[in-house]
Design a protein around this ligand. Structure first.
Ligand code: LLP
Length: 467
């Protein structure tokens, strides 16, 4: 949780990370500061100058926060898990060349869920400064993978996390044509409930993902007869934005029990256990997720204990976080425009983006916090509802935001927009996706170009008879 000192208590500067904090617990990126003009600066770049240079809205991604989160995950596993471990980035949170390249250079692997994510990751590894051999570090998820996607994965020695019987049968057919066995893992649905939004819960029994536990025997038995499938591990993911530690620790025990069955009864060569992602982040000061280190320690300890109880050697332990690696590393800067006062009810201020660049509030009723980035030490005196610019009444980014006084032209900075914002962005109302910049030590580099009008009609075709 956030600590406030008395100087900053009633102004936006209260959101600055004062004491060292786990990246997933900070509201603003770790390098956030207020400069001498009272502007918010991230990675040594102030948000006002960034907007002048790159336009608005603008995603501002802090390289140091992302790298720190990668290192804390990696180092915590090294510290608390005596066996081999690997952290893979759930790139659905935000996949683009620069991000994949940074994550790779920190030694993490990748969880990919589509041909597009595979292509982006492989291109980043080819062109960027990744490190070493990635053939054992990319894992392909999905409950309805297309044959072409599976083919792309097989061609690139990507491990396929098999979700269902149809996929398994397809892979058996494909493997018959291959010279080497295809590496797979199995996604299982453990029936573990956790308290998070219904849409982002995936590990309970009534889920579209994975094999049901009552199919385990037939599943293991079938796979044990497939010479051309090499089953290296078991996987489960119980949900996202989770603050409790117990569900993942329970999951560790369940998975280790299944691993014992798979190896001892069915002789499967399983050496990997993937515990999924799901650790939450702080979007508001009310959110209180465990630190990355505490989460890793809890999971690692549970796996070690379960293996000891079952007399098993330690598997390679994999975790696949997305949100807690990148969520708090990014903010979105908007320019404030019109204002509407509904007397006695509320005041709306509108920004130049909204549900097309951040669909999470309208989709999940997610809460965000914002600051006026060009007036960081002004007192928080206004309660306003921050509206987007889309033609939809529900396009509200923040209901009842507590801000300093605002006027048109001010920069509104919404925090915690690194995960599932750009990756879920749309062109609703034919609005182009914003640009994204990577900031680090005073340098700002464009990593995603703003979509312009011609980008918006690039895929349009006018049939001849309409000309
Ligand atoms: N592994 C699997 C199999 C997943 O399905 C997910 C997320 C992750 C890992 C990463 O979970 P994380 O560490 O990011 O919680 N769009 C929603 C979130 C959907 C999560 C989908 N799966 C949102 O904006 O909250």
């Amino acid at each position: 949780m956030l600590t406030m000192d008395s100087k900053t208590q009633n102004c936006a500067a209260q959101y600055l990370p004062l004491a060292p904090v786990s990246p997933n617990q900070a509201l603003l990126p770790l390098t956030a500061q207020v400069n001498n003009l009272d502007y918010l600066a991230i990675g040594g770049c102030d948000v006002k100058t960034l907007v002048e240079r790159f336009g608005s809205p603008l995603y501002i991604l802090d390289e140091a926060t992302l790298r720190t989160a990668c290192r804390v995950y990696r180092d915590s596993f090294a510290q608390y898990y005596p066996g081999e471990s690997l952290v893979i980035y759930a790139s659905k949170a935000w996949s683009c060349l620069a991000i994949c390249s940074i994550v790779a250079s920190e030694g993490l692997g990748f969880d990919v869920v589509s041909g597009g994510e595979i292509y982006t990751t492989l291109t980043a590894l080819e062109q960027g400064r990744g490190s070493g051999d990635f053939s054992q570090k990319i894992y392909f998820h999905g409950n309805n993978k297309a044959k072409e996607e599976l083919k792309l994965a097989v061609e690139n020695a990507i491990t396929i996390i098999v979700d269902n019987w149809l996929e398994l049968e397809t892979l058996v057919e494909m493997a018959a044509e291959e010279s080497k066995p295809i590496g797979i893992m199995l996604r299982l649905t453990p029936g573990i409930e956790c308290h998070t939004h219904e849409y982002i819960r995936t590990g309970h029994l009534d889920s579209k993902f994975g094999f049901d536990p009552n199919q385990l025997d037939s599943l293991f038995s079938y796979i044990s007869k497939q010479e051309k499938l090499h089953c290296v591990g078991l996987h489960a993911h119980i949900g996202s934005q989770i603050f409790e530690q117990q569900p993942h620790q329970d999951l560790a025990h369940v998975l280790v029990g299944w691993l014992k069955k798979a190896t001892e009864i069915y002789g499967l060569p399983i050496q990997e256990l993937n515990i999924g992602g799901g650790l939450g982040i702080s979007y508001t000061e009310q959110d209180d997720p465990p630190s990355i280190e505490a989460w890793v320690k809890g999971v690692a300890t549970a796996v070690v204990a379960a293996c000891k109880e079952n007399n098993l050697s330690l598997p390679k332990l994999i975790a696949e976080p997305g949100r807690s690696l990148i969520g708090t590393a990014c903010v979105t800067a908007y320019t404030i425009g019109s204002r509407k006062v509904v007397p006695g009810i509320r005041t709306y201020i509108a920004v130049d983006g909204g549900m097309s660049d951040n669909p999470r509030p309208i989709t999940y009723q997610s809460l965000y916090r914002a600051v006026v980035g060009n007036r960081m030490s002004a007192p928080l005196t206004e309660k306003v509802t921050v509206a987007g610019k889309h033609c939809e009444s529900g396009d509200i980014l923040i209901p009842d935001a507590l801000l300093s006084e605002t006027k048109a032209g001010d920069i509104l900075v919404v925090m915690g927009t690194g995960a599932y914002n750009y990756s879920m962005a749309s062109n609703y109302n034919r609005i182009g996706r914003p640009a994204a910049v990577l900031v680090n030590e005073g340098e700002a580099n464009l990593i995603l170009m703003r979509e312009n009008y011609s980008d918006l009609i690039r895929q349009d075709r006018l049939p001849e008879r309409l000309l």
